[in-house]
Design a binder for this molecule. Structure first.
Ligand code: CAA
Length: 388
């Protein structure tokens, strides 16, 4: 981080996050990747370090930081472990709908335990048949007096097996399309709420990604976000606009972490009587990778600053940073595996995990094909409005 570009608080956050990543996350990253279990010890360390609620306003017990602060922390965590980076960031994804659309009472109820790190929160939008086309979801919530009866299932629920709260989107008014979708906070232990299949994943293996089933799950009507039906899809889209820079920051962290390892390895590795890093072809790879990473980082931070400044249209720049940073991460981590040669292909070395972890960043929170669609739609809208 270039010191002159950030506040002293942001520099401090970055330092604290890096220290935690290096001392707590990196030493156990391979273990949890192999076991595919949730790293509760890491979650407790984040909590003890006071970093759980970076993006949550101070009045709800958080640090009062913005999306930029969140991105700084997520990058540092992901530099050591991409799974731990997203395991943390997904709490922002799950809580943004409350911040965006919740009533004051709902914010006071759910945000403080998340900010304190006592509770985790997930985000339930996707379904088996409603991935990119999120508005075609089938999960149904029917009002019955002072409860909503929820039936259906959610797919790709990151942290769903460990989260106490789950921000779930469901159809309440089937004849209204996207305007008939509402957000509900469903709490662990509510009868009819069941965690189903755990995905066996290529990467980010320390975070549980699960199916969630609702079988006549009775959710109190007071858990309807904002207390009004039909606003859920908009809230979900605004949430994704705010959360995609977090995925992009995860990607930047993965790319930077992989480059760090590749530089260290090639410096120590001797071939043809000299260190591999002394070859000009390898040095040019380093220069290209570092340039791409810095360009991605700056676009992520520009998107985050745009959001934090309260800009009206954040959709395009948010999608752009997610698209660019995650494509950079995939290329850089793949090239770094190449620099390790045959050893890079084996689990004895940490580099292959970076490539596996990077792949999902091009897919979740909207595939990069969806990001291109979002960017193009906004470009065309802007062109139409300026008449160019
Ligand atoms: N901000 C505010 N409102 C928005 C919006 C935005 N960014 N995007 C759309 N809307 C509003 C529109 O204005 C419209 O509202 P009106 O009806 O009032 O006019 C409404 O939403 C519907 O908009 P569209 O007709 O544009 O919607 P669409 O059906 O064509 O879909 C889409 C748009 C961009 C493709 C959207 O479906 C999308 O983002 N898909 C990807 C979903 C996604 O990212 N899923 C990942 C889930 S999270 C995850 O990966 C798992 C995890 O746990 C990490």
């Amino acid at each position: 981080m270039i010191e002159e570009l950030y506040t002293p608080q942001q520099m401090d956050l970055g330092r604290r996050a890096r220290e935690l990543a290096e001392t707590v996350m990196r030493p156990v990253a391979a273990k949890y990747d192999a076991e595919q279990t949730y790293p509760w010890e890491v979650q407790r360390a984040i909590q003890e370090a006071g970093l759980s609620g970076v993006w949550i306003p101070e009045e709800y017990g958080g640090l009062g930081g913005g999306v930029l602060d969140l991105c700084i922390v997520v990058e540092e965590f992901s530099r050591a472990c991409g799974g731990m980076g997203v395991g943390f960031a997904v709490n922002a994804l799950g809580s943004f709908p409350i911040l965006i659309g919740g009533t004051e009472e709902q914010k006071e109820r759910w945000l403080p335990p998340i900010a304190a790190g006592d509770k985790l929160i997930a985000f339930g939008l996707s379904e088996k048949e409603a991935g990119s086309d999120a508005a075609s979801m089938k999960t149904r919530a029917v009002r019955d007096g002072d409860v909503f009866v929820l039936n259906g299932e959610k797919k790709w629920n990151t942290n769903g097996a460990v989260a106490s709260f789950n921000t779930v989107f469901a159809v309440t008014q089937p004849d209204r399309g996207a305007r008939g979708i509402s957000g509900l906070v469903v709490e662990e232990g509510m009868p009819g709420y069941r965690v189903g299949k755990h995905e066996d994943k290529l990467g980010i293996r320390c975070v549980p990604v699960v199916e969630i089933h609702f079988e006549d799950c009775r959710v109190p009507a007071e858990n309807l976000l904002g207390g009004v039906e039909g606003r859920g899809f908009k809230h979900a889209m605004i949430t994704l606009d705010r959360a995609r820079p977090g995925v992009a920051a995860q990607a930047v962290g993965l790319a930077q972490g992989a480059l760090d390892l590749a530089m260290e390895y090639t410096h120590g590795r001797q071939q043809f009587g000299q260190s591999v890093s002394s070859f000009q072809g390898v040095q040019w790879m380093f220069a290209d990778m570092a340039t791409q990473i810095e360009a991605a980082r700056q676009l992520v931070h520009t998107a985050a600053r745009t959001i934090d400044a309260g800009a009206k249209n954040i959709t395009k720049v948010s999608a752009m940073c997610k698209l660019m940073a995650t494509d950079v991460a995939m290329k850089v981590t793949t090239d770094c595996v190449q620099l390790f040669g045959g050893y890079g292909y084996c689990k004895d070395y940490p580099i292959e995990k970076f490539m596996r972890d990077a792949k999902i960043t091009q897919i979740y929170e909207g595939t990069n094909q969806i990001q291109r669609l979002v960017i193009a739609r906004n470009l065309l809208r802007e062109a139409a409005s300026t008449g160019s």
